[in-house]
Write a protein that binds this ligand. Structure first.
Ligand code: PLP
Length: 394
């Protein structure tokens, strides 16, 4: 058995001192689209950057080690990683997906289903009855996303991957919301992990990228083959940036999670906040499972407030440190309003079924000091519900 290093050691050391040309300590950025042949019929390790590139491979190697997989395919976006794993489903095969999966994933699955390429069943993966019905239908692939977006629902990875194994389906976990620093699905029974590296892995909101990491060599090989065939492999420069970003992954996300716990407790105690969704809170329905399968509760949180649209708008305008924007996982704190932003494509009825209220906000907590973030929220919340504030003051 080889010794398994901790996340921070793996990222600090990834491809360090491996350059054989000049002895560069940090792995160089190889932008070249093509590589020389040593002679006629003598291909070197690399020939063409769509098929293989040393900088992209350095990132893939790091991601495979972080997720405890045996191979990673680095692609151009999180959606590309989902496109990639769906190549493993034969024509007309069944995909089981969470009813509250990422909006882009939902759109991809329904669009491919419309063209007859696959069939999809969206189920509440916390509902055993729905799971039983779905798993009886011979699924080819099961997609899990935990914690979910935007309500941070927790799914038991071991339980679902066991159901998948029992019927020979491939299990895939989208680990974007936690990263391998806080959750390692392959160790919990999954076959493949996918990522939008755009989020915590790169962590600096300046790259769009993705990756798929496989537990066994055959799956890793298939994914690599398809990524080259489809032409969706990641760019060398993006890989270089992302490798630089993940060097601080562990320390970033742990600090961000710690701050989020403080923010969650503050919001929960605030009179203008009617509900807080954070797996770190003891009253969250997924708290026990999260504690078991995660190494931390993460830095994403959602909450509902008391107020009409004009007041919600004043609240957002009043924030100085939370920027109104989509995406997540960067060093800067962000706030999103799912009903008008990330989940606007869903009709009102679908949003209501999913439990996404009009007064719901989602925040991605960055690396700012917890006191400053709480202070910022505290001041802006005064603008939200003047009534209750005055009542309190009196
Ligand atoms: C952002 C995101 C994606 C899509 O990733 P892109 O890099 O934007 O293509 C997929 N899944 C989850 C959970 C995400 O948050």
């Amino acid at each position: 058995m080889t010794h398994k290093f901790h996340t921070s050691t793996l990222t600090a050391q990834a491809s360090v001192a491996t350059d054989t040309s000049y002895g560069a300590v940090m792995p160089p950025l190889h932008l070249s689209s093509n590589f020389t042949f040593a002679g006629l019929g003598e291909k070197r390790q690399y020939d063409y950057s769509r098929s293989g590139n040393p900088t992209r491979d350095a990132l893939g190697d790091a991601l495979a080690k972080l997720e405890n997989g045996c191979g990673a395919t680095v692609v151009s976006s999180g959606m590309a990683s989902l496109t990639l794993v769906l190549q493993l489903v034969d024509q007309g095969g069944l995909v089981i997906a969470p009813h509250d999966c990422y909006g882009g994933t939902h759109r991809l699955l329904t669009s491919l289903e419309k063209r007859g390429l696959l069939r999809v069943l969206f189920v509440d993966q916390n509902n055993q009855q729905e799971l039983d019905v779905a798993f009886k239908q011979n699924p080819a692939l099961v997609l899990i996303e935990t914690p979910s977006n935007p309500l941070l629902r927790i799914t038991d990875i071991k339980h679902i991957t066991n159901l998948a194994k029992a019927c020979g389906a491939i299990s895939v976990v989208d680990n974007t919301f936690l990263s391998p620093a806080l959750q390692r699905p392959l160790d919990l029974g999954a076959d493949i992990v996918v990522h939008s590296t755009t989020k915590y892995l790169n962590g600096h909101s300046d790259v769009v990228g993705g990756a798929a990491i496989a537990k066994n060599p055959e799956l890793a090989e298939k994914l690599g083959w398809w990524a080259n065939c489809l032409g969706i492999t990641g760019a060398p420069f993006d890989s270089y940036q992302t490798l630089r970003g993940i060097r601080t992954l562990d320390i970033r996300i742990k600090q961000q999670s710690k701050t989020t716990e403080t923010v969650a407790e503050f919001l929960e105690a605030h009179p203008a906040v009617t509900k807080v969704y954070y797996p770190g809170l003891k009253n969250h329905p997924g708290h026990a499972i999260a504690k078991q399968q995660q190494f931390g509760f993460g830095a994403m949180l959602s909450f509902e407030v008391d107020g009409d649209f004009a007041q919600l708008s004043q609240f957002v305008d009043g924030l100085k440190l939370f920027t109104l924007a989509e995406s997540l996982g960067g060093v800067e704190s962000l706030i999103a309003h799912p009903a008008t932003m990330t989940h606007a494509a869903m009709d009102e009825e679908a949003r209501q079924t999913a439990g996404i209220a009009d007064n719901l906000f989602r925040i991605s907590v960055g690396l700012e000091h917890a006191d400053d973030l709480v202070d910022d929220l505290s001041k802006a919340l005064l603008l939200l519900n003047k009534k209750s504030t005055f009542a309190r003051a009196g």
